[in-house]
Write a protein that binds this ligand. Structure first.
Ligand code: UP5
Ligand code: MG
Length: 195
């Protein structure tokens, strides 16, 4: 993809920080395609005949990061589809990259990002949200065992990606402890000036 034609914003933050929730609002107001890497992986996991189903299931339950070849393939395919069938040029990539090698690979072989939205909230807040959602989500990783592992992976492996983007001045940090509406007010300020 040509980064003069295709705009990519990475949306990062700990598990349950509101990435998916805020992306739905951004998509509604700013004409973006929302691609959640986690949702794409869960879809692939349930696709009949998928060779990756079992592998994805195990990684997600353990809160570990699926090998990037799989995720990048799914993201690239979804981006091409939106571009070729609907002429879409703006993409929110939600929950990716979550490991340094993924960030480097994606930006060098797919397209460079414009900036990263980073939703910051304490583990205590995130745990509460995830356990509450777990009552009805059916997600195999919304239980206290998996949540603990997801936090560990975020801290050790994914946060360094955000730090790297920060060092390059590409992060817009947002306080995600606030209500959904308050968080979106901050998001809007960023998108009003950027697009
Ligand atoms: N909620 C949201 N905002 C709120 C607010 N401001 N105040 C109060 N409540 C708020 O929100 C979570 C819950 O909180 C919801 O109930 C919401 O109503 C409420 P949501 O918007 O869903 O948060 P989000 O950040 O999207 O949380 P999610 O659980 O999706 O984040 P994860 O990053 O953990 O999950 P993801 O789906 O991205 O990844 C899952 C797994 O897939 C990973 O652990 C990993 O195993 C695998 N994966 C990869 O291997 N590679 C990838 O590239 C991506 C994923
Ligand atoms: Mg999500």
């Amino acid at each position: 993809f040509d980064s003069n034609e295709i705009f990519v914003v990475f949306v990062l933050g700990g598990p349950g920080s509101g990435k998916g929730t805020q992306c739905a609002y951004i998509k509604r107001d700013y004409d973006f395609v929302h691609l959640s890497a986690g949702d794409l992986l869960r879809e692939e996991q349930h696709r009949p005949g998928s060779e990756y189903g079992e592998l994805i299931n195990n990684y997600i339950r353990e809160g570990e990061i699926v090998p990037m070849e799989v995720t990048i393939l799914l993201l690239e395919k979804a981006m091409k589809e939106s571009r070729d069938t609907e002429n879409k040029t703006r993409f929110l990539i939600d929950g990716f990259p979550r490991k340094m090698d993924q960030a480097i690979k994606f930006e060098s072989t797919v397209v460079e990002s414009q900036f990263t939205l980073y939703f910051e909230a304490s583990e205590e807040t995130l745990r509460k949200r995830l356990l509450k959602r777990g009552e009805s989500s059916g997600r195999i990783d919304d239980n206290s065992e998996s949540i603990k592992k997801r936090f560990k992976t975020f801290e050790e492996t994914s946060y360094p990606v955000i730090e790297d983007f920060m060092a390059r001045g590409k992060v817009r940090k947002i306080d995600a402890e606030q209500s959904i509406e308050e968080v979106f007010e901050e998001v809007k300020k960023i998108f009003e000036t950027a697009f």
